[in-house]
Ligand binder design. Structure first.
Ligand SMILES: NC(=O)c1ccc[n+]([C@@H]2O[C@H](COP(=O)([O-])OP(=O)(O)OC[C@H]3O[C@@H](n4cnc5c(N)ncnc54)[C@H](OP(=O)(O)O)[C@@H]3O)[C@@H](O)[C@H]2O)c1
Length: 244
C-alpha cells in the first residue's frame, strides 16, 4: 500500500500529532479541515522537516451531502484514513441549544459516517486500506454530564464495529480509537487527573502501533478499558442515582 495518510480533523492537537508521527515515518499526508488555509504553516513545516508531500483538503463534516463527492474528486486517494474530528460542548448548554445538538451529532457521527462510507466503498472495491475512527469512552455508557456527545460517539462505536465486520471480508482494516482523557483544546477548560490523561503524542503513537498491528480497538491508557468495564457493570437502577 502506498504510504499516504488522510487525516480528517487535522487542525486538532491530536490530528497534528498523528500527522507528525506519520511524516516522521516517511508517509505523505492529506490534511482535511474546514478553513484548511490555517494548516499552511504546518504543511510547509512538515514538508521541510520530514521531506514528505503534504496536501490540504477543504472539508466541513456538517456538509454531509457533498462529502462523498469531495472524496471521489481526489485523483490520488490515500490508503489510510484516520478520522480524528469531533466536537464537545458543555452538555447542559447543548441540551438547551438545538444548533449545538445538531453540531454535536454532525461532527461526531453523521459527518464522519457519510464520509467514511464513500471511503469504505473504495477500499472495499480495491481490497485494501485502513480506516481508523476516533470515538470516546463517553460512548460506552451514557452519563448525565455528557450524554449528547456520548450518544453520538456511541453511534460511531457501533458504526466502526459493523464496518470492521463488513470490511474484514475485503482485507480492509478498521480501528476504533477510545483515547480516554487527552490534553487538548477540547479539554483545556477541564481539570483532568494526570494519571488518566494522555498527551497527543501518546495518542499518535498508540494509533500508529494500532494500525501497524491491525488492532480492533485501542485504549491509549490501558486502565481505561478496566474502568469502563466496571462502569458498564453497574446496574441501571443504581447508575441512574449517581452524579457522573
Ligand atoms: N481530548 C480528549 O480528552 C478526548 C477524549 C476522548 C475522545 N476525544 C476525541 O478525539 C478527537 C480529537 O479530539 P481533540 O481533543 O483533539 O479535539 P479538538 O482539539 O477540539 O479538535 C477537534 C477537531 O475536529 C474538527 N471538527 C469539528 N467539527 C468539524 C466539522 N464539522 N468539520 C470538520 N472538522 C471538524 C475540528 O476542526 P476546527 O479546527 O475547524 O474546529 C478539530 O480539528 C475527537 O473526535 C474527540 O471527540 C478526545
Amino acid at each position: 500500500m502506498e504510504k499516504y495518510v488522510f487525516i480528517i480533523g487535522a487542525t486538532s492537537d491530536i490530528g497534528m500529532a498523528i500527522a507528525e508521527k506519520y511524516a516522521r515515518e516517511g508517509y505523505d499526508l492529506l490534511l482535511g479541515a474546514r478553513k484548511s488555509e490555517r494548516l499552511l504553516p504546518a504543511q510547509s513545516d512538515l514538508q521541510i522537516r520530514f521531506g514528505i508531500r503534504c496536501n490540504l483538503l477543504e472539508l466541513d463534516l456538517s456538509q454531509t451531502t457533498t462529502l462523498a463527492a469531495v472524496w471521489n474528486s481526489l485523483e490520488n486517494k490515500p490508503g489510510i484514513t484516520i478520522c480524528v474530528a469531533g466536537f464537545m460542548q458543555d452538555n447542559d448548554e447543548v441540551l438547551r441549544d438545538t444548533s449545538a445538538t445538531l453540531q454535536t451529532i454532525e461532527s461526531n457521527f453523521t459527518g464522519p459516517v457519510t464520509l467514511l462510507n464513500a471511503i469504505a466503498l473504495d477500499y472495499m472495491k480495491n481490497g485494501t486500506g485502513v480506516i481508523a475512527g476516533f470515538s470516546s469512552v463517553a460512548g460506552l455508557r451514557g452519563r448525565q454530564s455528557n450524554f449528547i456527545y456520548g450518544s453520538a460517539k456511541a453511534g460511531f462505536i457501533a458504526y466502526l464495529s459493523g464496518l470492521r465486520n463488513k470490511l474484514f471480508h475485503h482485507q480492509v482494516h478498521v480501528l476504533t480509537v477510545l483515547p480516554g482523557f487527552v490534553y487538548t483544546k477540547m479539554t483545556a477548560h477541564l481539570s483532568l487527573p494526570a494519571l488518566l490523561t494522555a498527551t497527543p503524542a501518546q495518542v499518535a503513537n498508540a494509533v500508529f502501533t494500532g494500525i501497524r498491528k491491525k488492532k480492533n480497538v485501542v485504549y491509549v491508557k490501558w486502565f481505561w478499558k478496566w474502568i469502563m468495564c466496571i462502569i458498564r457493570m453497574i446496574p441501571e437502577f443504581m447508575f441512574k442515582k449517581k452524579k457522573l
